[in-house]
Design a protein around this ligand. Sequence first.
Ligand code: SF4
Length: 386
Amino acid sequence: MSNTKPNTCDPCGSSSINAGFAAGEGPTPADIMFVGEALGETEANEGRPFRGGTGKMLRMMMHQAGLKPHEYYITNIVKCRPPKNRTPTNDEIATCTRTYLQAELNVVRPKVIVPVGDVAAKFFLGPSVGGIQTIRGYVFDHSSGAIVIPVVHPSFVARGNREFWAITVNDIRKARLASKGLLPKPPVPKFNLFPTVSDVREVCQMILSRNLKFAFDLETVGYREKLNIMCCGIAWSANDALCVPFLKRGGVEYWCHPDDEAEAWYWLNQLWLSDCIKIGQNIFTFDIPVLMQHGVVFKPFTARDTLIRHHCIGLELPHSLAFLTSVYTRLPHYKLDVKKAGGMLWAPDEIMRRYNCYDCIATYQVDKLLTQEMLEFGILDDKEIA
Ligand code: SF4
């Protein structure tokens, strides 16, 4: 694209945005395409995208992620500079992308689109997708056939969030691998969301007989002092999980007969009392105390917590399961399904239980890679991971 604003460009309803103009640059076609928000002062003066301080930061991160300039195309949603760097309006974005970005996408034909920052991410993924910090690093499908991997804007890193430098380099590295077809596919989940008591018995007996490690997670309703357990998920591999429900939406009992519920609890209790290693996220301050309130007894020294383990690896980093999942796994952003369904209180049983099982396999996968890292760093010795 030419770097001169064509005379035919009809200023998008706002003459004040009509400052500077920078088309994208890079090879066409290109497997990977970075898309920012709009021009800053330096970009407007030079007529090139991502040339100011934060642009240089982004290019440095790309370099650290192993991306060479001839491998990527880089552009912005809006090709002019909004006054005082304000966020472009929806009308400005709609007019400008219709005029320019769509043509660029047709020519570049990227396999991977990397929106840089919140505005670009929402343009490609929709306004309800969630904040950039919660979706960065995840892999999304796009209607064009490309995949989308959002990253935070370098200006966010520059505003005192230095820990996001390494995170963004990691996200760009993921995008680079994806553009070369080298990103592993996520394992296909195998979830049982509506088990019979025989299913619960068989899974628990199998875990116990093989002394398997397993990840678990509770979904609860109510207040802290009086929490009711909606369901308990268990994952015994990277993709196998069982949700043991106790309450349906609206507080209705899941089990038709009290003996079935008692037997489900019996088998779960056999797991808690066993030598099997139990893995969870934030279990020492939430799940285990809640289970103990319900009379569960745990075998001492058989549980470990991915949240605590991650503190040992990267104290300054976020530690939520959503963050760990984005860094250590290829799972989709499954938490968005619950958000789209109106939140945990309103999501239908099936969505809530699938979420529960995803939490379990995510924790299982995160624990495996965290353990490898802790071994490499010498924080663990082999005996501790047996
Ligand atoms: S923002 Fe886009 S549509 Fe609006 S004047 Fe600039 S180039 Fe034209």
